[in-house]
Write a protein that binds this ligand. Structure first.
Ligand SMILES: *Cc1c(COP(=O)(O)O)cnc(C)c1O
Length: 394
């Protein structure tokens, strides 16, 4: 199998697997227990907290372990909203192309009386800092903008936005799930108050992640119970998972520059090759994107068929669109950058991993070209387009 869906999840690294097994076998005590076996688990937990904090330029005390990126997003936004409400501020700024963990939380808050402004991400998939500034109001309590988009890979001007929010004394949250371990992230330099990350996006295990909350930003609990995580997240900690996350992140961060250089070269080759397919378009800015992200629209085809035929050829990729109860909804991200429904349906996301070979990249190009040509050959929409009955958009 050629795995090109690393934005959905990554394979655990050998170091992460080893850390998980060794902690499960040797340090399986409850970190809240006072006897030595419990304290050994506690030591593992705190060492992991230090390691994770160091990678993003935080203090260990500012790291809260969660069940993943979704929980961290929910808790960050809920916390900032609660702080805002206390001060009589109930306006939140975000974007139309956030992950659903953010968008659905914001929907809930709207029902609870908050006002939400979703900023335009423009054709290149990048938020403009001046538009963030212009949207700020006296009653704005939170700006939540993702570090890098999970579908089109575009990297946002987080540092500029962070500086604007800091100057205006508004809390700034960033969903950095696609960024941490892949591109440089530093909470101090970026003026970030709250940041979400997830282990399984950087070769750690699924079901574990973390929330960074700057010292002084009081968190609201989503889960009540024991006093774990300084009383902010109840439940016995997933010590093997957390240790594996820290091992994966240390490794990813150590190899980050070398990995990014290689991935960027392969990515740009894939983009150059796929661009030669007629009536195709790259989604999102060509340069300001994650090293491993390639996302295209091909006019006249359907993303789902493309994926199934690529799967037949042993290639695991993804489409922008999600299949919900039989009806096909095009991706909210592609719609947000202005792709019309028909075009958004014919999308393909290739998120390549560090271990991709040149030969695999060539196989991907050849296969996508073959499959797009085949699908167009049997597509009534393509027939209408080529006969002039319908107008090409791309
Ligand atoms: C995967 C992802 C999430 C969700 O993380 P989980 O750990 O799967 O809950 C949130 N935001 C972004 C941008 C993601 O890519």
């Amino acid at each position: 199998m050629i795995y090109a869906d690393n934005a959905a999840t990554t394979k655990m690294s050998p170091a992460a697997v080893r850390a998980m097994i060794s902690v499960a076998e040797e340090c399986w005590g409850n970190p809240s227990s006072l006897y030595e076996h419990g304290q050994r688990a506690k030591d593992v937990l705190e060492a992991a907290r230090k390691d994770v904090a160091a990678v993003i330029g935080a203090d260990a005390k500012e790291i809260l372990f969660t069940s993943g990126g979704s929980e961290a997003d929910n808790q960050a936004i809920r916390s900032a909203a609660a702080l805002g409400a206390k001060a009589g501020k109930k306006h939140i700024i975000s974007t139309a192309f956030e992950h659903h963990a953010v968008l659905h939380t914001l929907e809930r808050l709207k029902q609870e009386g908050y006002e939400v402004t979703l900023l335009d991400v423009h054709e290149n998939g990048i938020v403009r800092p001046e538009e963030v500034e212009a949207a700020l109001r006296e009653d704005t309590c939170l700006v939540s903008i993702m570090y890098a988009n999970n579908e089109i890979g575009t990297i946002q001007p987080i540092r500029e936005i962070g500086a604007i929010c800091r100057a205006r004394n508004v809390l700034f949250h960033t969903d950095a799930v696609q960024a941490v371990g892949h591109i440089p992230v530093n909470v101090a330099e970026d003026c970030v108050d709250l940041l979400s990350a997830s282990a399984h996006k950087f070769h750690g295990p699924k079901g574990v992640g973390f929330l960074y909350a700057r010292k002084g930003v009081r968190l609201t609990n989503l889960i009540e119970g024991g006093a774990q995580e300084r009383g902010r997240r109840a439940g016995t900690e997933n010590v093997p998972g957390i240790a594996a996350m820290a091992a994966a992140l240390k490794e990813a961060d150590g190899a980050r520059e070398a990995n990014a250089a290689r991935l960027t070269a392969v990515r740009d080759r894939l983009i150059a090759e796929l661009k030669t397919i007629p009536h195709s378009a790259l989604n999102g800015d060509a340069e300001r994107r994650l090293p491993g992200n390639v996302n295209f629209c091909f006019e006249g085809i359907e993303g789902e068929s493309l994926l199934l035929l690529l799967d037949d050829k042993g290639i695991a990729a993804s489409s922008g669109s999600a299949c919900t109860s039989g009806s096909l909804d095009p991706s909210h991200v592609l719609l947000a950058i202005g792709r019309v429904h028909d075009v958004a349906h014919g999308s393909l996301r290739l998120s390549i991993g560090e271990d991709i070979t040149d030969e695999q990249a060539e196989t991907i190009v050849r296969s996508v070209k073959e499959v797009v040509e085949y699908l167009r050959g049997i597509s009534p929409i393509w027939r209408d387009l080529t006969s002039g009955k319908k107008k090409f958009i791309l």
